[in-house]
Design a protein around this ligand. Structure first.
Ligand code: NAD
Length: 511
């Protein structure tokens, strides 16, 4: 039995597995490239082996060679062939190791490999099709996913990958990549139980009084701990100023970093303070609510509210790392768990497919048992952010339900409804505007079963909601664009809707 796991790179042709091995060699790991091993074993090139023996015979031999290699591997790094994972013996033998999937899309793969004469890759269409069939296998096996990036990304991601050895079993890593930077996202159940930490330098922790009491000791040692009152009321300019002053008094320098420990409020406020303190210090996001673990901790949007509008002041500030521990979810009060479920529902609706299927399988009150949700939603969000970090187009899909939801929050002074509750109502209005009546009914029954409001309190005036919609940050000269969704997985962006339809969809919420 191996005493140490090996780091095993998997992924499609052209994903950069050889480059990854070179990076592993550079940090002193013993490396093995399966394609080379196979060529030595067969006494010919892989292309020649495919031609003379056929794919089936090649795979059978590969299963023996790679199975044996993995079963006996003790530390080091191994790069598998793109198709090695098709063999059950290989998949089983991967279990004790750290499996790293180097993600690449079909078009980029084709750009990198065309003309190389690789078997099974004769045209762009063929490559896209093959990549599509392999992707779910890679995704399922991966302990770490490195999002598509230039090939040398692995040099930067390797320390985080190696950290998995020191983190609790089944912690998963996503190396998130977007326009302005990259960072590791660790997601697991018990992640905070390790003493491993992603950054050097002193830690200054921002938290709220409730979360601080429960979890601050898990992120020690701390140079200082700053606490605000729990809840949305802490997301103001005045509170940011107080935090910044306390950081100054505690002597924080630019070599130090902030730890934002808490829900979305702390993540947004902490990220904003990190962005502005001495023009920018690093922030490690440690999300402790469902909302924060499935959504707000990723992607770098930070900010505070103004009395006139939600999130009206803010900045983009990517985290230096995210450490999400699903175990913390279990101390959430049931109302917060339910409110968080709305973000899960939203992500399921946007992503469609397996994610929507999985979300529909979550029984009432059972979310805490589904730690897979955090990683799946984090991946979805990071993929959207990768395509459009600065909210110029695709990222706006994440606002599904938020135009009306934020307006409800603003119109009720951020106090009547939790964020998730307001977004749930916003989803209902949006599905009406999308002419998706059946889906609206389904979502409404979901919300009801999770003890979430499906009716808007009359105390929140419709004129106030409509006025707040008119002030939405996404407003252009033409009007307020909505994200609509007629079926799961099919969001459409930037739809202008006639004001009387918007009003009717909001009015319906009071019924
Ligand atoms: N930046 C983004 O991309 C983004 C995305 C979505 C939402 N948000 C923002 O997130 C905020 C909502 O976040 P939230 O729902 O996490 O609210 P929150 O941060 O107010 O947390 C909710 C409550 O749960 C408590 N709590 C937190 N973790 C706990 C734990 N593990 N155990 C027990 N209690 C715990 C908190 O003290 C608080 O009272 C909103 O301000 C919203 O605008 C931001």
């Amino acid at each position: 039995v191996a005493s140490q796991p090996a780091i095993v790179f998997i992924g499609f042709m052209g994903a950069g597995k050889s480059t990854a091995l070179a990076a592993a060699r550079e940090v002193g790991l013993k490396t093995t490239e399966v394609d080379e091993l196979m060529e030595a074993d067969l006494g010919m090139s892989i292309t020649a082996a495919f031609e003379s023996k056929g794919e089936e015979a090649f795979r059978a031999r590969e299963a023996e060679v790679v199975g044996e290699l993995l079963e006996g591997a003790d530390g080091g790094a191994i790069a598998l062939g793109g198709g090695s994972v098709l063999e059950p013996r290989v998949r089983e033998a991967l279990a004790p190791h750290i499996v790293v999937w180097l993600q690449i899309d079909g078009e980029e793969a084709w750009r990198r490999i065309k003309g190389s004469g690789r078997p099974l890759a004769h045209s762009l269409d063929e490559v896209i099709r093959l990549q599509g069939t392999r992707e779910p296998i890679y995704a399922e096996l991966a302990d770490a996913i490195v999002m598509p990036a230039e090939e040398r990304v692995i040099e930067r991601a390797l320390p985080a990958i190696r950290a998995l050895e020191r983190l609790p079993a089944r912690t998963r890593l996503l190396w998130a990549v977007s326009a302005s930077g990259e960072y590791p996202v660790f997601v697991g159940d018990g992640t905070l139980e390790s003493d491993w930490w992603p950054l050097q330098g002193r830690r200054f922790c921002l938290t709220d009084r409730g979360v601080g009491k429960l979890y601050a000791e898990r992120v020690e040692p701390l140079a200082a701990r700053i606490e605000v009152d729990p809840g949305e009321a802490a997301k103001t300019m005045a509170s940011a100023e107080r935090v910044l002053e306390q950081l100054t008094e505690a002597g924080m320098t630019r070599a130090d970093h902030l730890v934002a420990l808490g829900g979305g409020v702390i993540g947004d406020l902490g990220g904003f303070c990190a962005h502005t303190y001495q023009r920018g210090v690093a922030v490690v996001q440690v999300p402790t609510t469902v909302v924060a673990q499935v959504d707000s901790a990723y992607g770098g949007k930070t900010g505070v509210d103004l009395p006139q509008g939600k999130n009206y002041v803010g900045a983009y500030h990517l985290p230096a790392a995210v450490i999400a521990d699903w175990a913390t979810i279990r101390t959430l009060p049931p109302e917060e768990l339910s409110a968080g479920f709305v973000e899960v529902l939203k992500t399921g609706l946007l992503a469609g497919g397996d994610l929507w299927g999985g979300v529909r399988g979550i029984e009432t009150g059972g979310l805490a048992a589904h730690s897979w949700v955090a990683f799946a939603c984090a991946r979805y969000k990071c993929e959207v952010v990768a395509a459009d970090e600065r909210d110029a187009s695709l990222r706006q899909v994440l606002n599904l339900g938020h135009t009306v939801g934020h307006a409800i929050e603003a119109a009720s002074n951020y106090s009547r409804y939790r964020h998730g509750e307001a977004i749930g109502l916003g989803l209902l209005a949006t599905l009406r505007l999308s002419d998706a009546g059946e889906l609206r009914d389904e979502v409404s029954s979901w919300l009801g079963r999770h003890d979430l409001p499906v009716e808007l309190d009359r105390a929140v005036g419709i004129e106030d909601v409509i006025r707040a919609i008119g002030r939405d940050k996404k407003r252009t000269a033409e009007g307020v664009p909505f994200v609509l969704l007629s079926e799961p997985g099919q969001p459409v962006l930037g739809r202008l809707v006639e004001p009387d339809r918007v009003e009717a969809a909001v009015e319906e919420l009071y019924e």
